[in-house]
Design a protein around this ligand. Structure first.
Ligand code: NAP
Length: 295
């Protein structure tokens, strides 16, 4: 195989959608890699073992990372600081610690103080997923054709960065390096705000009177359906994303609210030209997404 050496022993902390998909990729592409799985519940460990994408499982994160040359944090980002404090003293010299969290600035601040000298911290975010959770939801093809953003600190070891980049390229992703704060601003508008809007609109429906609510389900295919898919995403994961990307999300939400108010005024005033001009511009954005093969 060309490129960097495959990892010999990998600890996956959290065995949900993302890490279980990564485990399946490792199984296929580097079958000699030993995979140690760690989760919060015995049920998840049992399911993962029976699905066959881990070699060993443990509820103890410190035990999981011992002797590993790669550790991947794949639990909700709010758990990272506690996990890092637990595993920090047990990370092997020369090991790489990475993560798949959807927020990068807060994650770096949570992890960095616990990483001993000689261990490489290379945070990452594979921008791929579904609204499903847990070890059964994962599949190896999930990352194909998607972007993975790495946010290494400025003094990161280039060889360690390249090994993580190679890992995600092996999964079929295109890798881009970015500053953590820039990542958080970009994801606030492309991912976090759309989820917030979906959670809000579906929440509004739950407040409607019973009769109207039934009709919402009946005619959901008219548009509401797509919001319900997004709003079915994992509640704990998304709670942690909003709490940990507060600044960027509030900034984008401020802009969004101003634009929504402008739309409200256009409708009230019967300003069809305003509406049509906006809807024409937004249609072009859709074409751009399709052209970028991210539809
Ligand atoms: P998930 O399917 O909900 O799974 C989360 C996993 O974390 C479970 O195995 C859970 O164990 C484990 N866990 C929770 N608390 C833990 C703790 N204290 N110690 C050890 N394990 C713990 O999650 P996911 O969708 O894969 O998301 C994981 C991470 O990827 C998140 O940080 C998220 O921001 C990021 N991400 C998600 C997506 C997406 O679309 N879903 C995309 C990109 C990045 P139990 O099952 O035992 O509770």
């Amino acid at each position: 195989m060309s490129g960097p050496e495959p990892f010999a022993r990998v600890a996956l902390i959290g065995l949900g959608l993302i890490n279980s998909s990564l485990a399946r990729v490792l199984r296929q592409k580097t079958p000699a890699t030993e995979i140690v799985g760690c989760a919060r519940s015995q049920a998840t460990l049992d399911t993962s073992a029976s699905l066959g994408f881990v070699d060993r499982v443990t509820l103890d994160a410190a035990e999981a990372v011992a002797g590993c040359d790669l550790v991947v944090l794949g639990s909700p980002v709010g758990t990272f600081a506690g996990l890092a404090a637990q595993i920090g003293p047990h990370l092997a010299p020369g090991a790489i610690l990475t993560d798949v969290g959807s927020v990068k600035g807060a994650v770096f601040r949570a992890l960095a103080p616990h990483v001993p000298a000689g261990v490489h911290l290379i945070p990452g975010h594979p921008v791929a997923g579904t609204e499903h959770s847990g070890p059964e939801a994962g599949f190896a093809e999930m990352f194909e054709g998607r972007w993975c953003i790495l946010t290494p600190p400025q003094d990161a070891d280039p060889e360690a960065v390249e090994r993580i980049a190679a890992l995600w390229r092996m999964a079929g992703m295109t890798v881009e390096l970015m500053d953590a704060e820039h990542h958080d601003a970009v994801l606030a508008i492309t991912s976090h705000l759309p989820h917030l809007i979906a959670y809000n609109i579906v929440g509004t429906v739950t407040d409607l009177e019973e009769e109207t609510r039934q009709e919402v389900f009946k005619y959901a295919a008219a548009g509401f359906r797509d919001f319900t898919r997004i709003a079915a995403s994992d509640p704990v994961m998304w709670r942690d994303i909003f709490l940990n990307n507060r600044g960027a999300v509030l900034e984008m939400l401020g802009r969004f609210t101003e634009d929504l108010t402008a739309l409200q005024r256009a409708i009230r005033r019967g300003d069809g030209a305003y509406l049509e001009a906006l809807f024409t511009r937004t249609r072009a954005i859709r074409r751009g997404v399709i052209d970028a093969r991210q539809a």
